[in-house]
Design a protein. Structure first.
Ligand SMILES: *Cc1c(COP(=O)(O)O)cnc(C)c1O
Length: 378
């Protein structure tokens, strides 16, 4: 069986975990966490990186830093994971859903301005499949309307927009190191603080509302409870595992890109014949091969292909149930636009297994065979 996902190991993870234990400190913000922070800051050029226990946690910190409260509105795509909206709903805010672009399946920046109301506080673009949203346009809109731009870069570590790393283009960027992403620590994430004025409060929110970080830097003589907050930091075992992965980040991307390109080249002819549509990567976007997906002609075709692939021993999956049509999305949010492209992706998108070590030939051949089987006259 070609599984949909298998977590990749670089080989150094368990040595680093043993080292963390030998240091005699397993709680958060020890040596491995510092090394992860330094590596992320150096690789991405953000003002500050703060490890969190998930991208969900980073988004929750983003909602707190944006200061959203009951009745405030946040603009985001409907075609995304629940956490993008949930982080803001926890603060009482209303997610306002906007349709996606038909090419990249990213938030359609041309529809954002019309969705802004006097209650809008933030825009949360999601870089789907590690392909950048149109950040120049979104930054311009955010600036003119004084809205905070918070990037959901969960899928986007190692990807760029006009040469700049994703997650560093908004005031805040949220990364995920969940085992299904490219660089992993099981559960894990980071908040990238790009607007330095948010840094001090970000540290406090992450450390249970205390000024512990400032205390350890010697900036205050005792540490106290100074604000709201929670515990958003991972322990050192997770940071040790993550450091091994971050050190191999370029190699992981390179190896994933090879698989992505193999699928992409192998499906060109089927696209030309109209059997499917391949991903679109605009020339100014350098993606990270987080995902390979195809758009099939219909829901029925997708279901048939998933069945054929399963019979061939290949596990292919789909996502998302759009947030605007999900039970909680209907209860807490509202759609600001019609959703033709969101609904189409939800019905027609199919994700292929993409992990280091996957039998790419078998996956590709199985998909080609499956499409032939479903189009053959019976
Ligand atoms: C994976 C993902 C998340 C959640 O990340 P966690 O680290 O699991 O909390 C949020 N948004 C998007 C778009 C994702 O793909």
């Amino acid at each position: 069986m070609e599984a949909f996902n298998r977590p990749f190991l670089t080989g150094r993870e368990f040595d680093y975990i043993a080292e963390a234990h030998a240091h005699g400190m397993l709680a958060g913000d020890g040596r491995f966490t510092s090394r992860c922070h330094a590596r992320l800051e150096q690789a991405l050029g953000c003002a500050k990186a703060l490890l969190t226990h998930s991208c969900t946690a980073a988004l929750e910190m983003g909602a707190l830093l944006a200061g959203v409260g009951p009745g405030d509105e946040v603009i985001l795509p409907s075609y995304t994971f629940s956490s993008t909206a949930n982080a803001f709903v926890l603060r009482g805010a209303v997610p306002v859903f906007v349709d996606i672009r038909p090419d990249t399946l990213n938030l359609d920046e041309r529809l954002v301005e019309a969705a802004i109301t006097p209650r809008t506080r933030a825009i949360v673009p999601v870089h789907y499949a590690g392909v950048a949203c149109e950040m120049d346009a979104l930054r311009d809109i955010a600036q003119r309307h004084r809205l905070m731009l918070i990037e959901d870069a969960a899928q986007a570590y190692g990807a760029h927009y006009r040469g700049r790393p994703l997650g560093t283009l908004g005031a805040l960027g949220c990364l995920s190191f969940h085992e299904t992403k490219n660089v992993i620590s099981g559960e894990g994430g980071a908040l990238l603080v790009n607007d330095a004025t948010l840094l001090r409060r970000a540290e406090i929110l992450r450390e249970k509302g205390t000024d512990r970080s400032a205390f350890f830097r010697g900036e205050v003589d005792k540490y106290r409870w100074v604000d709201v907050g929670s515990s958003y930091l991972p322990g050192e075992l997770v940071a040790a595992f993550l450091l091994a992965q971050l050190e191999q980040g370029d190699e992981i991307r390179r190896r994933r890109l090879e698989i992505w390109q193999h699928y992409h080249d192998g499906l060109a002819e089927l696209e030309a014949r109209g059997s499917l549509r391949r991903p679109v990567v605009p020339p100014h976007c350098a993606h990270n091969a987080h995902m390979y997906y195809v758009l099939l002609p219909s829901l029925a075709a997708r279901q048939a292909v998933i069945g054929q692939l399963r019979d061939a021993g290949v596990q292919a999956v789909f996502h998302y149930v759009p947030l605007h049509s999900s039970p909680a999305g209907q209860r807490f949010g509202r759609a600001a636009t019609p959703m033709p492209h969101t609904d189409a992706a939800a019905e027609r998108l199919l994700r292929l297994p993409l992990w280091i070590g996957v039998d790419r030939e078998r996956v590709l051949r199985s998909l080609v065979d499956a499409l032939q089987a479903i189009s053959a006259p019976r």
